[in-house]
Design a protein around this ligand. Sequence first.
Ligand code: ATP
Length: 359
Amino acid sequence: MLEIVDVSRRFGDYQALNCVSLHVEAGEFFTLLGPSGCGKTTLLRSIAGFEQPDSGDILLDGRSLLSLPPEQRPVHTVFQSYALFPHMTVADNIAFPLRMAGCNETEIRQRVAEVLEDVRLPDAGSRFPDALSGGQRQRIAIARALVNRPRLLLLDEPLSALDAKLREQMQIELINLQKEVGITFVYVTHDQGEALALSHRIAVMEHGEISQVDEPSVLYSCPDNRFVADFIGQCNLLDGKVIEQDGERVRIALAGLGEMTVPTNEEIDFLPGDACALTLRPEKTRLARELQCGDDEFHVRGEVHDMLYLGDVTVYIIEADGVRIEALLANSAPGRTRLFEPGDTVELCWRYDAGHLVR
Ligand code: ATP
């Protein structure tokens, strides 16, 4: 439905977007994720029409949007700052775009009531924005953006001004709302947890380019490169060298740790001597004072260097032959809050296919 084709944008010497191509399907919850300055807002503003690309094209339903001013694009944007008119009631705020479009008052009343239902604030119409909480104000901003049924809703970090608990609640509501209204959402965030929780697909951006586009579970378990592995969740990046590739298996030497055989990465042809990294999620490891390891597991002995108690889990940093590996233990067993202390000798292992090999 939405196609971004080779879009570039430069500000002075800075290449904010470099030949970005993407497609978004109708009804999709699609997220642009990346660190500050990677270009995601510039891309969103280009779709909205607030920014004009230097080259490339942006098509909606096969028609280029570039010649249309923002107000003529069937697209609405919800900003972090809500942008509600403080002197107007909630109903008037929501009705504003409909009045601008010349709708009659009966239709306006009906559509305002419908979107207030959609955002679960059916009785808020006569209130003023100041009398609402941050979460409620953001819901009204979303209601106003939805009221004239855009083809595409663009959301620029809409939850970042809310506290953690309210944000989680709003995330669930956003997922349900998007399902109910069926409108395509393009969502910008730098919060990887939020992106994983909300999206059907995520485009991870780095320095104005797309690093990987995939479903959340694929991004998490099979990152294409070190940047994505490191940016999405916690991840050990174990440096190594390729010894040989044999069909679907690659023999690698991990710096400081020794040799192991891992499944190949079908996207990459590895040659003997190539530098590589094994991306290993902390929760894919087993950690104990002593471990019985199977033939299909890689075994390491080390020392607890640091620990971080997080309530539901404890993160342990294990040092083995100069390499630091993060491991995770759930604190679900009764009485188990501090199993190991810094300085304890421990054993760590993971299955041959627990990690994912990248360059
Ligand atoms: P953030 O999460 O911090 O908003 P972002 O990924 O959305 O970051 P953009 O806002 O798209 O990043 O900005 C990308 C780069 O382009 C940044 O280095 C920014 O300083 C620069 N930039 C954006 N807009 C302009 C502008 N109008 N003039 C000059 N530089 C700009």
